[in-house]
Ligand binder design. Structure first.
Ligand SMILES: Nc1ncnc2c1ncn2[C@@H]1O[C@H](COP(=O)(O)OP(=O)(O)OP(=O)(O)O)[C@@H](O)[C@H]1O
Ligand SMILES: [Mg+2]
Length: 281
């Protein structure tokens, strides 16, 4: 018997109530322990895609299956299914009135009715793994953005999901915090966590993904290896998109900067001249 993929999307179409078709004919699979990165221009449908997989947006046609079972039909027990599909957003969404530990225990105790002592041991072990063992009693406001995001990731892991969906989880972080969060994700990938990742961090996508899906205007325009996508993209749209991440200075840029520097020196010379004139008066 062949093992079904963890996720399988077939001809998914999603239309918002205002008529906008955000996703059209989206078909792909994510196998167990595979990491798939979804990239594409702003507004192309990446977040909508993750929201559909998690049942936060209904789809109009096509199917989404988790572990071989269709979850987009009528009668899906979403509260059960969502325990299998962890979702982490850009803005942490930790409960501000609960401690870090409180945030981590909420799902297991309320939804899974896990034993408190056991869940607490698990939470502390996960905190330790992401370098936050000493922050269990802190409130989210006492943490940096990178620390909050690491808590949000392990909060999703508390439910032991089959797949983790990450939507731009480093987008609102300062650069030095991006790394600490991406390192956690890299470690999860190394341990075989199945992940569907939306990211604007192209070098990260290249390093972590087994496959890249490039979406343009709600459709998959390319689906290929990171190597192929980043070195020889097949579509003009992908080439344009990747060019946005290349910061070559425009021609003549350095000459202009040099001229500006000379001008500054001249103006400061003028200033000191006038100062010395004043002194002599
Ligand atoms: N609730 C909504 N109602 C109507 N249209 C929406 C809604 N949410 C998103 N859209 C539209 O659907 C399209 C896809 O949006 P989505 O948020 O999925 O894009 P995205 O690829 O995640 O963009 P970004 O990179 O900026 O996060 C966009 O045109 C967006 O304006
Ligand atoms: Mg988005």
């Amino acid at each position: 018997m062949t093992v079904p993929p963890v996720l399988r999307l077939e001809a998914v179409r999603q239309q918002y109530p205002n008529g906008l078709v955000a996703l059209d004919r989206i078909s792909f699979e994510v196998a167990k322990s595979e990491v798939v990165a979804v990239v594409g221009p702003s507004g192309c449908g990446k977040s909508t895609l993750l929201r559909c997989v998690n049942g936060l947006e209904p789809i109009q046609s096509g199917t989404i299956a988790l572990d071989g079972a269709i979850i987009t039909g009528p009668g899906t027990a979403w509260s059960k299914v969502r325990q299998q599909i962890g979702l982490v957003f850009q803005n942490y969404e930790l409960f501000p009135h609960l401690t870090v530990l409180g945030n981590l225990l909420l799902g297991p105790l309320k939804v899974q009715r896990a034993a408190k002592a056991e869940a607490q041991v698990k939470a502390l072990a996960l905190l330790d793994r992401v370098g936050l063992a000493d922050r269990a009693r802190d409130y989210p406001r006492q943490l940096s953005g990178g620390q909050k995001q690491r808590v949000a990731i392990i909060r999703a892991l508390m439910m032991e999901p089959q797949v983790l969906l990450l939507d731009e989880i480093t987008a609102s972080l300062d650069p030095e915090m991006v790394r600490e969060v991406l390192d956690v994700v890299l470690e999860l990938a190394g341990e075989g966590m199945t992940m569907l990742i939306v990211t604007h961090e192209m070098s990260f996508a290249r390093a972590i993904a087994d496959r890249i899906i490039f979406i343009d205007a709600g459709r998959i325009a390319e689906q290929t290896t990171p190597e192929q996508f980043f070195t020889a993209p097949q579509t003009e749209r992908a080439r344009q998109f990747l060019n946005l991440f290349a910061f070559a200075p425009p021609p003549g840029h350095h000459e202009t900067a040099g001229a500006a520097a000379v001008q500054t020196e001249e103006s400061s010379a003028t200033t000191s001249d006038s100062n010395s004139l004043e002194l002599h008066e």
